[in-house]
Design a protein around this ligand. Sequence first.
Ligand code: ADP
Length: 304
Amino acid sequence: MSIEVEGLTKFYGNQKAVDDISFSIKSGEIVGFLGPNGAGKSTTMKMLTCFLNPSSGIAKVCGIDTSISPIEVKRQIGYLPEHNSLYLDMYVKEYLGFVAGLYNLKQNTSQHIKLIIEKTGLGQEQNKKIGELSKGYRQRVGLAQAMIHNPKVLILDEPTSGLDPNQINDIRKLIIEFGKDRTVLLSTHIMQEVEAMCDRVIIINKGKMVADDTTQSLQKRFKSTLILNVEFKNTVKESELNAILGVGSVTEYGKNKWKLSAEKGTDLREAVFQFAVDTGNIILSQNEEEQRLEEIFQHLTKNG
Ligand code: ADP
């Protein structure tokens, strides 16, 4: 196993940021680590990369315990933190040379840096100061520094946050390319990111794990749910909608616009129509949709 986490827990003072999570990731997997803001993703990643000590539990990378041999673990890991602090006054090539020097690489360093610059598409920018680069290119420099020592495991914290759609595409391609023969754990709160890159998803909410499954079977598992979007003319109460027979969950998504979930096979339309008649309301529009991954995520992380 490339990553093994067992009962990992982290307290900040009295606050439990990560609550007894366990999972393992094999070599060659690209796993999406998902959760809303504050779920505990960064904290987990910091423990995996030895920047934080767990309050309890075990984290191992390539079989090495992070609390026993942190230096050895760091050699196996490439880490792109969420706020990637680079030396803005350094030139791209100079900076990568500096990072390579820290790792004491066995191979010809300048050849290797050239290769990494090529792979990360930094050729045109290599002689610029990091401070002059766009956010997308700075993120490439971050990825280049994370990969420079040929780590077996890449831990990427929100690698595409703040980038424009073109930059996002480029960074995703890069990650997929590097992930072919490495293990990648990447955090995000964007579902499309997972759909685009990951074949497995771990979801955490308020420090607890709420799902660990392949993207496909997560979608399949929730395919049995139908969503009915209804727009009423007049105000309705959530509790009134909840009381309609067959309604699973209720979410307001606009003024007098509601999403009602039901098990597949349950036709809510008649009951909702009857509800409107009984309460003197009018249905302005309604349509059915299948749950998308985005909604599955919202469903899993809404409560708990
Ligand atoms: P995520 O990466 O999923 O957004 P974090 O791991 O950053 O979540 O945060 C989890 C929880 O721990 C949040 O409630 C956050 O406010 C808290 N937290 C994170 N870092 C610290 C810290 N250094 N000191 C105190 N609380 C923290």
